[in-house]
Design a protein around this ligand. Structure first.
Ligand code: MTE
Ligand code: MO
Length: 406
């Protein structure tokens, strides 16, 4: 994204939002003039992110958080990772914004304005865990191409919106509907206006869940620009690529949606395990649905030092896609023995769960604390790396922090 052009083309409301204050005489701004407060903004200022976050790519913007940024029970905007496939929409007209339902399996296409969505349907708020399918990619060997996410492409914010199910009922869906696909206002990196950067979707069963929202608020405020302002699909527990930002359309399909990043090997893993480095035929690749069981130690930071005789209280979050985490374990001896952590129930389905424990260390030296979550079907996180796959998805290895006892 050309930052200068982006700022130039943004409306007054967007500029005010970026500045964090109303531009009082904004109507008198000379055309093309960039307010001083926004000249050459760095991405952290532009997106209101903590400057300690890590930029993995600037065209498009991909920014990840560090484990300790994710310590809050509900992830605040300034610590939320950004994953973009194209350019952020450069001007957003709230009055003209519409969400259009179409596709083979709608009775008749129908459009809604933002005002329609907010006034005609009941609103719901859920905490929903969104994790990029490629989170943890950096660890795979042989390496996989793409953003080298370590652990920070995950967040659990509080989303408010209307149920996709209520909208689909209002539109009228035919009996042969199998999938929905989203369309959005971001633009392709090539600049070709006919190309969508990404248009993914989900089977009807996921689309019809209580928690699948067409959201307009995040953490009690308008959704921040980088996270999909003014409208976003949110489908917790599935690869976050299913949660379309800057949502303008939903196609109800009579077959698996075939938009960009639904086909080829995008967001797919081998249906059966393969050896590292193997080539896998397209028909042997399966679309990722529910994300695997995983956890993150968010306090303390890796590298903590502690005097001998003092115990270490640590904490974090655990999540398991569509399932619940039923047990949370930790090890200080590289996985040879495990002890139980205290584990909270989720606030609602698809929200991450909080864990904590206190570890004691027998003598001075170097230790690692490993955290391991187990889901309601008995699946546990692999200790070091899960099955290799060509695109480096679904690394749910145990998170580890280093601790020195001195
Ligand atoms: N329109 C649109 N929606 C999108 C994307 C995108 O590039 N464009 N990226 C997807 C991917 S791959 C992820 S992981 C999440 C990231 O959400 P976030 O940037 O709000 O954390 O948004 C998803 N929704
Ligand atoms: Mo993603």
């Amino acid at each position: 994204m050309n930052r200068r052009k982006f700022v130039q083309n943004s409306g007054l409301t967007a500029l005010s939002a970026l500045l964090g204050a109303e531009i009082v005489f904004g109507n008198y701004l000379p055309e093309g003039y960039i307010p001083l407060g926004l000249q050459d903004p760095d991405p952290f200022k532009l997106f209101n992110k903590d400057p300690e976050m890590v930029v993995l790519n600037d065209k498009p913007w991909n920014i990840e958080s560090l484990a300790h940024h994710l310590d809050d029970k509900i992830t605040p905007n300034r610590y939320m990772f950004i994953r973009n496939n194209g350019n952020i929409p450069e001007s957003i007209d709230l009055k003209a914004w519409t969400l259009t339902f179409d596709g083979e399996s709608v009775q008749k296409p129908k459009s809604y304005t933002l005002a329609d969505l907010k006034s005609k349907f009941p609103q719901y708020t859920y905490q929903l865990t969104l994790e990029c399918g490629g989170n943890g990619r950096a660890e795979f060997d042989p390496p996989a191409k793409g953003n080298q996410w370590t652990v920070g492409a995950v967040a659990c914010a509080e989303w408010t919106g209307v149920r996709l199910r209520d909208l689909l009922n209002d539109v009228g869906v035919k009996g042969d509907a199998v999938y929905i696909g989203y369309h959005a206002a971001d633009t392709h990196l090539s600049g070709d206006p006919k190309k969508e950067p990404i248009s993914r979707g989900m089977p009807m069963a996921k689309a019809l869940q209580d928690e699948t929202l067409v959201a307009f608020r995040m953490n009690g405020e308008d959704i921040p620009l980088a996270h999909g302002h003014p409208l976003r699909l949110v489908a917790g527990g599935w690869p976050a690529s299913v949660s379309g930002k800057w949502l303008t359309g939903i196609s109800v399909r009579n077959k698996v949606h075939d938009g960009p990043k639904m086909t080829g090997d995008s967001y797919k893993v081998p249906c059966n395990p393969v050896a590292p480095g193997d080539k896998v035929a397209e028909e042997d690749m399966c679309i990722i649905e529910s994300m695997p069981v995983k956890s993150l130690i968010t306090y303390p930071k890796t590298g903590a030092t502690l005097p001998l005789g003092k115990s270490l209280s640590f904490r974090g979050h655990a999540w398991a896609g569509e399932l619940e985490v039923t047990q949370m374990l930790y090890s200080i001896d590289f996985g040879s023995t495990w002890k139980e952590c205290a584990l909270e129930a989720p606030v609602n389905r698809l929200a991450w769960q909080h864990f904590s424990a206190t570890a004691k260390f027998p003598k001075k030296g170097y230790y690692e604390v490993w955290a391991r979550a187990v889901d309601s079907r008995g699946n546990a996180q692999p200790m070091v790396l899960p099955g290799w796959n060509p695109k480096g998805y679904l690394n749910n290895a145990c998170h580890r922090i280093a601790v020195k006892v001195v």
